[in-house]
Design a protein around this ligand. Sequence first.
Ligand SMILES: [Mn+2]
Length: 507
Amino acid sequence: MSELPEQVLQLKQKGNETLMAGHPLEAIGHYSEAIDLLESSNLPPNAIILSNRAQAFIKVENYGLAIMDATLAIDTDPSYVKAYYRRGTANYALNKFKLAKKDFLKVCKLKPKDRDARLRYSECDKVVKEMAFAAAIQSEETIPLSESYQPNDVIIAKGYDGPHPNGEVMVNGDLDKEDMLFEPGKLPMDFVMAAVQAFKDQKLIHKRYVARLLIHCKKYFQSLPSLTEITLPDQHDEESKIDHAPRITVCGDTHGQFYDVLNIFNINGYPSSENPYLFNGDFVDRGSFSVEVILTFLLFKMANPDCIHLQRGNHETKNMNRIYGFEGEVKAKYDDKIFDLFLEVFCELPLAAVIENKIFVTHGGIPVEPVSLEQVKKIKRGIEPPESGLMSDLLWSDPQPFEGKSPSKRGVGFSFGPDITEAFLEKNGLKMLVRSHEVKEEGYLVEHGGKTVTVFSAPNYCDSMGNKGAFIHFEKDCEAKYTQFEAVPHPDVRPMAYAAGMGGLFQ
Ligand SMILES: [Mn+2]
């Protein structure tokens, strides 16, 4: 490998330091400068810098770009082991387990004594085999766990000191009555608030209640269309104590940052019919209080379906949960069956909402060909998102500042320009697209001449990004009003603490 100019070495060093310190976006900036400098000086690309930038891209879920960098690194220096590692990791994240397996096999060949590489290779191999098995039994009728699970058989032991939906523990003949309390609109708000308090104190609610909640949530979400139509009243009821006009609060990614979610409620009030919320996906993963976040949201939903609207993000999926912590967290706090029930609920979450027929809200973005709201409403759910198509565009796409479409930096979905946003809004008589899915320094970012807004509600994302969080108020006139907030302290459990998948490769 040729010697690098001093300036390139310095940029590489800065990139490494910022990446280690948990600032991948900054690191990408330094590496990119180094890569551009080499190119403009007519020097060959450098495998180490490319491979390091690939690692930074993986940190921000830009798997498509990570694969491009790692591939170029491999082309530049086929003996550079780390590049195969990086590409294998990105392929794994994109569900491309066979390709990932190939990359880790290459690592094993280049470094036969590397125990880590062998572990990762066998992890890929296991998933490939599991998937082949799942495909083979798919034609057989399989009963979902939510239909065979019997919460009544789960005994609440004497030691449990958490809240009960009926105020006290119910037994035998009363268990069916207990189950009915979890039907939509019937769950007592006292129980919800007691559960939130328990979570705050780092306690959990009993597994029997969680199972009932998830089974009822699944059924309820199944009954909803893929597009939620939200309207606001002209004014509050006469007895209302609310001192502002009717409005809805739209929040972006919360990613297991339970104490920041509580802070949102602290600033903006708890969810109620008069103070409704829309949480725009990515409730779980990354933050190590994902169980608390999703349970809080689902409890509110079943206590009062009008007080909170929930829609799916790309992290409400089996594959992301395997990598980014939620699977490990649920298994640590409950068990694998509860995790499977969560996955069933996630598959039924609505995918988008429209507020007052004017504001379209979805997690990622819109497809490059304009679709009608009717088409969005009719998307078939109950599945993990396919590799492409309308559902994956809604969950995965990102806006780009220039016109047209580009392949996604993530490797799933597309990047869509202002012209694509404009065409979609015009086709449906809409005013604005609100999406989340990307961390923003100020908690929100307005793009596409005011037509696309990103809102992100996980401040100091992963305890390291230093960003603000934000939420948006929409009143009847559909003018966006932004509120920013800072991160609050949380108990000493670091983000991704439960993300043991692939030997902690994604940590
Ligand atoms: Mn996302």
